[in-house]
Design a protein around this ligand. Structure first.
Ligand code: ADP
Length: 465
């Protein structure tokens, strides 16, 4: 895992998003201000139109020369001006044959959205137009003014205004984006990067506490919490690693000692068998007892050995047919039973469907399932069956018996090694080994049900490796 390049980093995305958001904000501000620019420009024309009309009104007989009329119109920038006064009196100034307006606008009824749309219309139109604008005179609301004019200056002014706003927007968004970016980089991205680096360093070398220690901070926000939590988490994991190493060393030692003791027990058993042939009746009588004790010791040693060996990750997973495996376990158990003095034993039923495969280490899984079946048989069940059902990517093996149910002591110490046995020779390892086997395969073992009518253990195992 490598940290991403700048283009794909969180910083670049934040920078881009900030620019986009600021530009959106600028557009939202620009639209009403462009509308206002146009409305003000037109209102100013109405005001000067009104003023020009007043000049005509002041003239004797309200008549002015053609030159003055043309001058007044040029001053306003209009082609014609109509002014209606409250009493209904009308005044009109017009050039010779003013052209017919191509569009008419009434500022009295235009709402904000119409004003925005009209301002955008001015920017969008290809050619300047002759327009007629009607509105109340800003100087006197009782006076209605209509001005006909060529909107070229309005278009040019609006374009220049938009250009200025665009440049300003770019500058503002650049500064804002820069400030937001720098703040985010210092407050979030950098600490996040350090967090990721510390995690990667921990993955490479879990023993070294240095990278995480550099994260130590007194920040009270979420980033500070994440950094402190990571330091604590790494310390806990490191502690667990050390403990695991110690346990592994202990396990190896136990396995070695067990191995030697097994050898010692084997030769002791061999020698003790000779006691049975002794001429001394006292020695002959005690011989079987000594042999039984030695056998028990050998059993305990081999069970402990199993426990220390199992529970590690399976060495090699291979496709296993669970039906065939269960059949094998049952055969082995039946053979064991028939060789013993009491013989017989319960009916074993294999209800696992044919044609399934799961990735497993055969030996390990054999031992896990065998422990569950043996427990059921030893508990005195008359019928033991193994069924299987798929359950979302997992296979659920159900070991069902009709025995007396788990004794209280076994339930209280369920799956605890060396703790839950109720049998004279038991070590309380069978169930914990079976659970470790399931877990080593990425599955789980649970007690599904236990009562006076029987017990069901459910072992889930992944169906894909
Ligand atoms: P061990 O077999 O060495 O005693 P286990 O961990 O396999 O250890 O089992 C612990 C105890 O749980 C057993 O001693 C037994 O009393 C009880 N037990 C396990 N499986 C069953 C079962 N299917 N029915 C009744 N009791 C059971």
């Amino acid at each position: 895992m490598q940290l991403p390049s700048f283009a794909r980093s969180l910083s670049a995305r934040l920078l881009l998003l900030t620019v986009v958001f600021v530009m959106i904000a600028e557009v939202l501000i620009y639209l009403p201000s462009a509308a206002r620019y146009r409305a003000d420009w037109l209102a100013e024309k109405l005001a000067s139109g009104h003023l020009a009309a007043l000049a005509v009104e002041a003239a004797p007989d309200q008549m002015v020369t053609d030159e003055l009329e043309a001058e007044l119109l040029a001053h306003v920038g209009a082609l014609s001006i109509d002014v209606t006064k409250p009493a209904g009196r009308m005044l009109m100034l017009a050039a010779d044959m003013p052209p017919e307006p191509q569009a008419r606008f009434d500022l009295r009824t235009a709402g904000p959205f119409t004003l925005i749309a009209d301002a955008l219309g001015v920017l969008a139109q290809q050619e300047p137009m002759v327009i007629a604008v009607t509105g109340r005179s800003p100087k006197n609301p009782d006076v209605l003014v209509t001005v006909t004019l060529n909107d070229r200056p309005l278009r040019e002014g609006l374009w220049a205004f938009s250009g200025r706003i665009l440049v300003l927007s770019l500058i503002i968004s650049g500064i804002t984006a820069g400030l937001v970016y720098v703040t985010l980089v210092y407050m979030t991205v950098r600490p996040m990067r350090r967090l990721v680096e510390a995690m990667m360093a921990f993955k490479r070398d879990p023993e070294s506490a240095e990278p995480a220690a550099q994260l130590a901070t007194d920040r009270s926000d979420e980033v500070g919490i994440a950094q402190r939590e990571l330091i604590a988490l790494q310390a806990a994991v490191r502690q667990a690693f050390r403990q695991r190493e110690r346990l592994a060393a202990l396990g190896t030692a136990v396995a070695k000692i067990n191995h030697d003791i097994r050898g010692v027990l084997a030769s002791a058993t061999l020698l003790s068998e000779r006691l049975l042939d002794s001429r001394d009746p006292e020695v002959r009588r005690n011989g079987p007892r000594i042999l039984a004790s030695l056998e028990r010791a050998a059993l305990l040693v081999s069970q402990t050995l199993d426990y220390t060996r199992d529970g590690v990750a399976p060495a090699a997973l291979a496709p296993v047919d669970p039906r065939a495996l269960v059949a094998e376990v049952m055969e082995a158990l039946a053979a064991e039973r028939s060789s013993q003095a009491n013989g017989g034993g319960p009916a074993l039923r294999n209800e696992v469907p044919a044609g399934l495969t799961i990735p497993a280490e055969r030996e390990l899984l054999f031992r896990g399932i065998s422990n569950l079946l043996r427990n059921a048989v030893e508990a005195g069940a008359t019928r033991v069956s193994v069924a299987a059902e798929p359950m979302g990517g997992m296979l659920r093996l159900l070991v069902v018996d009709d025995g007396p149910g788990l004794p209280e002591k076994a339930q209280a110490h369920l799956f605890q090694p060396f703790a839950g046995s109720t049998k004279p020779n038991g070590m309380g390892l069978g169930l914990s080994i079976a659970r470790e086997v399931a877990r080593a395969h990425g599955g789980e073992l649970r007690l599904a049900e236990t009562s006076g009518r029987g017990t069901t253990f459910a072992m889930t195992l992944p169906t894909a490796g």
